[in-house]
Structures are given as C-alpha cells and as structure tokens.
Design a protein around this ligand. Sequence first.
Ligand code: 5GP
Length: 151
Amino acid sequence: MRANDWGGSTGRRRRLTGAAERRQFEARGGEAPPNLFMSKNIFEKIIAREIPADIVYEDELVLAFRDINPMAPTHVLIVPKKSIARLSEAGAEDEKLLGHLLLKAGEVARQLGLDKGGYRLVINNGKDGGESVPHLHCHLLGGRSLAWPPG
Ligand code: 5GP
C-alpha cells in the first residue's frame, strides 16, 4: 500500500482507509490489518450524512454538493455514492454510473444557471492529477471565465 497513499485535502499524508481502499486491497488479493478499513473518507462521511455539506442534488446513485474551498463562484462536486477511489479504479461495471454522473453534472450546471456562460468539469486522478480525496468526484466550476491550460 505505497503508491496511492497521498494525503487528504489538508495536504497531510495519511494511509488510505474506507470502502474504496478495501476494494483495491481485495482486488490485489492483499492482506491488511483489520483496523485499516474502519474509517470512511470525507466524501463517504458526507454521503452517509455524518458530516454536513451544502447539497445541491441527490439521487440513488450520485450526490452533488458545494466545494468547501471554492475555486470559482460556483464550485460543486458530483460524487458517485459507490466507493470508487478514482477514475483509474473504475471498471466496465461502472459504465452506466459514470454516464449518469456526467449527465447529472450537466443537469446540475443547468439548475445552477451555468448554461449560458459555460462551465468546466474536472476530474483529478492521482498524485500528478492533483487528487486530494480518494473518492471519485467531478468538479463543476463556473460563474467566471476560466483560464486554460490549468496549472
Ligand atoms: P481533489 O483535489 O481531490 O480533486 O478535490 C477534492 C475537493 O474536495 C477539493 O476541492 C476540496 O476543497 C474539497 N473538499 C475537501 N474536504 C471537503 C469537505 O469536507 N467538504 C466539502 N464540501 N468539500 C471538501
């Protein structure tokens, strides 16, 4: 369990825990101490309503809530309720879910009035991608003109 142990949103490094990591471990046939899997990551806690979030959309498959540290006037995270650590961990069985997530991101953008001006969807994958929370999520950013290329 070395390659994927980057830290949470505070930048603090920590060991990965939670359902997504359990799935990775099991997929690799790995062994792990039982207490490795006891805690949820921050998005799993939001999905479970263990910590609050400003929720803008929910259905049986996805949850969308405002980012706690917005990078644009509108900054929403759309997350699958299923624990998938990141896009590179998704499989063929997630095809419908990922399509649903993108369609709902577009719906949320419309609902929040971003259609006219435009918006950006971003998925950060892994360390070089800037991922800080190991639960797949799509950033919806809008409400201002966004520069390209990203940093
Ligand atoms: P990443 O860097 O993994 O692509 O995006 C993670 C995002 O989650 C960051 O934009 C960060 O601000 C946001 N975030 C981290 N912790 C929380 C939280 O507790 N609540 C909310 N609403 N957003 C969070």
